[in-house]
Design a protein around this ligand. Structure first.
Ligand code: G3P
Ligand code: CA
Length: 254
């Protein structure tokens, strides 16, 4: 199995796929199991999520490099153990009805929704990033036999290069946004299957220039824009509102 074969399988429906951003971020606490479950209930094809490595080496699903924004705790994710992270409430920041929801591990997400959803694993990175996260993510994918159901993306080409060396059969996607591009020269020599550009970059010309890559774009929350991108033939749309995007998709195929 090659990454290209895997990607063809993922896109075998022959239409734009809808991915819930951090789950169904508009309706549930981001990057939690309820948010991923909700995306599945809303008929998303997949979900996008963010992964960091805890101090003791677990892949934890949280967006920021600190726990401050989405939990009742404080501190840098990479300096906290899984036990410390698991003690936090990751639901109340969103709404009291989600009180007590926890930061999941990647294993827990695969167990909960891996059979129903394609998972776009975004590996987070910064200047203090923990070396070794790529191996941990690859081991987790292998443990759950998710090789044919994941796309690994990152803004950091160093991460993609390392991951590709470890797990060449899994497709990789290069994330980028205006003024938020790192080490583009690394990507010039790294074969990759998908591009993950910020959606405002996507004009017809721009899309033409990306021929040969699958295009998975983010974060699209307006129905008119979803419609335009479907008409442009974009491969996948990542949205905080999977229900809205699925409805637009169905309407455009009627
Ligand atoms: O993967 C798409 C998008 O999630 C990238 O940006 O900041 O939302 O993780 P961010
Ligand atoms: Ca993300």
């Amino acid at each position: 199995m090659t990454a290209e074969n895997t990607l063809n399988e993922i896109y075998s429906k022959g239409r734009t796929l809808i991915f819930g951003h951090r789950g169904a971020k508009a309706y549930a606490p981001m990057n939690t199991i309820p948010a991923f479950e909700l995306a599945a209930q809303q008929s998303a094809d997949g979900v996008e999520l963010d992964v960091w490595l805890s101090k003791d080496g677990y892949p934890v699903i949280i967006h920021d490099d600190t726990v401050d924004g989405t939990t009742d705790g404080h501190g840098n994710v990479q300096e906290m153990t899984l036990e410390q992270i698991k003690a936090l409430d990751a639901g109340s920041y969103f709404d009291a009805t989600f009180a007590g929801k926890r930061v999941p591990t990647l294993d827990e997400v695969f167990e909960a929704v891996g059979k129903r959803l394609i998972i776009n694993v975004e590996i987070k990175s910064n200047e203090t990033r923990r070396v070794g996260i790529e191996q941990v993510v690859a081991d987790c994918i292998a443990r759950h036999q998710m090789q044919r159901r994941v796309i690994v993306s990152s803004f950091d080409p160093r991460v993609l290069k390392t991951f590709r060396e470890i797990m060449p059969e899994v497709p990789i996607g290069y994330l980028f946004a205006p003024n938020y591009t790192f080490f583009p020269e690394v990507m010039e020599t790294l074969p990759h299957e998908a591009r993950h550009p910020y959606h405002e970059l996507l004009t017809p010309d721009y899309v033409n220039n990306l021929r040969g890559y699958r295009i998975n774009t983010w974060t699209v929350n307006e129905p008119e824009r979803v419609k335009e991108l479907i008409e442009l033939g974009i491969d996948a749309i990542i949205t905080d509102k999977p229900d809205m995007a699925v409805e637009v998709l169905h309407a455009s195929h009627r």
